[in-house]
Design a protein around this ligand. Structure first.
Ligand code: NAP
Ligand code: ZN
Length: 352
């Protein structure tokens, strides 16, 4: 075991603060990574504040962070895919059983024995896993990804959650040229959704509650922007969408979006508001529409997404902050004031 610097929350109402934690020494299949950048996902905030208390209660102290990019500092004796000095990335998962049908199909995120990057039982040290708001992490190489060298690291970090979470359902539901695709909520996930829908050739429409984000939405790749609080603007798109990605973090009227789907159109929830959403049966019955969910993506698909980003020069639009600004960043997330992902420069942890 060794000591690592980190930022942790002591309770649902405590701000994140500097701390020191134990990490395991790399075992034979592990790599040790010096963390350079870690994105701030709204899931970090939901978890730190124990907002998902029923589905995923939080164990404290909680050290969030699952959009990790860094440099390999040490490898175990059986590691084959990495060497010291390599740039590497870790997302929302750090382990799974590797043998169940889900793992064998490349859907490690649905393995009943998955270990998430934070707030999950830690098989090695006991307690729970600690995430990327830290200067280093030790991970089994099966859960470590290669970052295409062309990508800037601060903007690459958010691909590990915001990227794969939006890429995976778009591939699953066949987003491609000729399709009309909506993205609801222009935050961290939403802005990646816009970039992918555009890169996949779809006619891309952003739905936002923030009129001030209109220009940015167009710059990010939208063909049209709708301010969702304007009923007339919404009505113009009734029954016309093949696919809508809902990336909203808070309670909202999902029926307003279901009504925009065409026959057999699908709306996929990636946003995870703590309270259940109300769904009007008739909105789905008419035109045989469907509502589904999606959770990050498997490891092979995450590498595919990173490679796609390398080919298309896609990274997240980030505001790089020192870790000392993390609590302020959380307050801004709650005000939908993020352009469009915070990425923590982990060098700032050295001064703690
Ligand atoms: P974020 O950066 O805070 O963005 C959320 C966006 O939702 C906001 O920017 C805002 O966009 C919109 N919004 C916020 N409050 C709203 C309200 N009351 N009504 C309507 N729209 C509202 O969050 P994120 O990191 O992208 O995460 C979004 C959600 O996805 C979170 O719940 C997170 O936990 C979840 N998530 C799920 C997965 C998964 O695997 N399924 C993975 C990662 C995250 P506008 O200003 O454009 O309206
Ligand atoms: Zn996330």
């Amino acid at each position: 075991m060794y000591r690592a610097k980190a930022y942790s929350a002591a309770s649902a109402t405590s701000p994140l603060a500097s701390t020191v934690i134990s990490r395991r020494d790399p075992t034979e299949h592990d790599v040790q990574i010096e963390i350079l950048f870690c994105g701030i996902c709204h899931s970090d905030l939901h978890t730190v504040r124990n907002e998902w208390v029923e589905a995923m209660p939080t164990t404290y102290p909680c050290i969030p962070g699952h959009e990790i990019v860094g440099r390999i500092t040490k490898i175990g004796s059986a590691v084959t895919r990495f060497k010291p000095g390599d740039i590497a990335a870790v997302g929302c998962m750090v382990d799974s059983d590797g043998t169940c049908p889900e793992c064998r199909a490349g859907h490690e995120q649905f393995c009943t024995n998955v270990t998430l990057t934070y707030n999950f039982p830690d098989k090695h040290l006991g307690g729970v896993t600690y995430g990327g708001y830290s200067d280093s992490v030790v991970v089994d190489e099966r859960f470590v990804l290669h970052v295409p060298p062309i990508l800037g690291l601060a903007g690459a970090a958010p691909l590990l959650c915001a990227g794969i979470t939006t890429y995976s359902p778009m591939r699953h539901w066949g987003v491609t040229r000729g399709k009309k695709v909506g993205v609801v909520g222009l935050g961290g996930l939403g802005h990646m959704g816009v970039k992918f829908a555009h890169a996949l050739g779809a006619h891309t429409v952003v739905f936002t509650t923030s009129p001030g984000k209109k220009e940015d939405a167009m710059r990010l790749g939208a063909d049209e922007v709708v301010v969702s609080r304007n009923g007339d603007e919404m009505q113009k798109h009734a029954g016309s969408f093949d696919f809508i990605l809902d990336a909203v973090s808070a309670d909202h009227d999902i029926n307003a979006y279901i009504n925009l789907l065409n026959r057999d159109g699908n709306i996929t929830l990636v946003g995870a508001p703590p309270k259940p959403l109300n769904v009007a049966a008739f909105a789905l019955l008419i035109r045989r529409r469907s509502l589904s969910g999606s959770l990050i993506g498997g490891i092979a698909e995450t590498q595919e997404m990173l490679d796609f980003c390398g080919e298309h020069s896609i990274t997240s639009d980030v505001e790089v902050i020192p870790i000392q600004k993390v609590n302020e960043a959380y307050e801004r997330l709650l005000k939908s004031d993020v352009k469009y992902r915070f990425s923590i420069d982990m060098a700032s942890l050295k001064s703690e």
